[in-house]
Design a protein. Structure first.
Ligand code: GLY
Length: 370
């Protein structure tokens, strides 16, 4: 059974389907978007080896022909060179203004291909088929597309909404446990930022979800996507509320930079640690109950996730250096650090009113506990 979530953005509105068996039904679901029965698919080597044949078969069931480009896996693919490669390939494949491009993969493929679709012939439509939990609940929805610069992650890009998102829950079965749990960092973030009842549900059901329970996975992905759709509908280009989606991300980006965007810390792992630190900071500033950070940490521990700075192997810079990395984050406006803090679980808010000394003391204590 699939759920369909509407992202109500006027002329840019679209649907996100969440459920099992969607790759097999991709032809029937994509066909209404097409003016001719032909699509271009971009994927990476790891995902392509697992799912490209199934996508080809699903499209062929509706007599849709596909041509595919397979890129190297990994964050390094989100670069100018691969953007040029994808875009020139789409031109060579004679993808026209009315055609549709499909991104089959995780966040890297979705961001890169979405950006290429945004600039190709001043914008062609694209479909996201996210294959990681992180991409299903976050990056495939909301239209943020782009690549990395040597000066930082996601600094080059465009808002370009997909025309359809197919989040096939069956594809999560091929994820490594570490990648699944990193994606879970973004799922639990939704409960923490805006839905205490969802957080309660996750405390009870997330272990089943991690163990493979399809019903739990459908519910968790659907609820996450619905929350993202609601926020994006209110604030498509992040002038206000959309920043709530960055709960935990200011700490996370500093930790990712400190660990060289390497395997030492996956993005979703950094989000989980960052959320725990954001609740700690909220409690110390007297904004949320003193026991809330412990509840957050207990759930993350229960899920066998990274929670503390001691869960990051190897050296970390000292607290002032981490604070300096936070100040380089692109959420800095007019030189002031913007934080997402919380009054309790499910009650996050955006503020620029955070004394740097308070952040420093949270970081110093977290480092001292390593
Ligand atoms: N990943 C945060 C956003 O889409 O706004």
């Amino acid at each position: 059974m699939s759920n369909i979530i509407h992202v109500p953005l006027g002329s840019r509105a679209y649907e996100v389907h969440v459920g099992p068996g969607l790759l097999a039904r991709s032809g029937e679901l994509v066909a209404p978007l097409l003016r001719r029965p032909r699509v271009a698919v971009v994927t990476d080597e790891a995902v392509g080896a697992l799912h490209l044949d199934a996508l080809r078969a699903g499209l062929a069931a509706a007599d849709i022909e596909m041509t595919a480009l397979t890129l190297p896996p990994g964050e390094a693919t989100k670069c100018w060179a691969q953007l040029e490669r994808v875009t020139e390939w789409l031109l060579a494949a004679q993808i026209e203004r009315n055609d549709v491009v499909i991104a089959l993969g995780g966040g890297v493929i979705g961001d890169l291909v979405g950006f290429s679709a945004a600039i190709l012939r001043r914008g062609v439509r694209f479909v996201q088929i996210p294959t990681s939990l992180l991409a299903q609940v976050d990056s495939s929805v909301g239209g943020k597309t782009g690549i990395n610069s040597a000066k930082g992650k996601n600094l080059i890009g465009a808002f370009h909404q997909p025309s359809l998102v197919l989040a096939d829950i069956d594809l999560l079965a091929t994820l490594k446990s570490r990648d699944f749990l990193a994606g879970y960092g973004e799922v639990v973030k939704y409960g923490m930022l805006g839905d205490a009842a969802f957080f309660d549900w996750l405390e009870g059901h997330a272990p089943d979800m991690a163990a493979g329970d399809t019903g739990a996975r459908i519910h968790a992905v659907s609820r996450s996507v619905q929350m993202k759709a609601d926020i994006v509908a209110r604030d498509e280009t992040e002038q206000g509320d959309r920043a709530l989606l960055n709960l935990g991300h200011t700490f996370c980006h500093a930790l990712e930079a400190a660990t060289g965007y390497s395997d030492r810390l996956l993005h979703g792992e950094g989000v989980a640690i960052g959320c725990a630190l954001a609740f700690e900071l909220s409690a110390r500033l007297g904004l949320c109950p003193q026991e809330t950070p412990s509840r957050v940490r207990a759930h993350l521990r229960d899920m066998k996730m990274k929670v503390d700075l001691s869960d990051i192997k190897g050296d970390l810079p000292d607290a002032p250096s981490l604070l300096a990395l936070m100040a380089q984050d692109k959420k800095v406006k007019d030189g002031r650090l913007h934080f997402i803090l919380a009054r309790d679980i499910g009650e996050a808010f955006v503020t620029s009113d955070v004394p740097p000394e308070a952040v420093l003391s949270v970081l110093e204590d977290a480092l001292a506990a390593r």
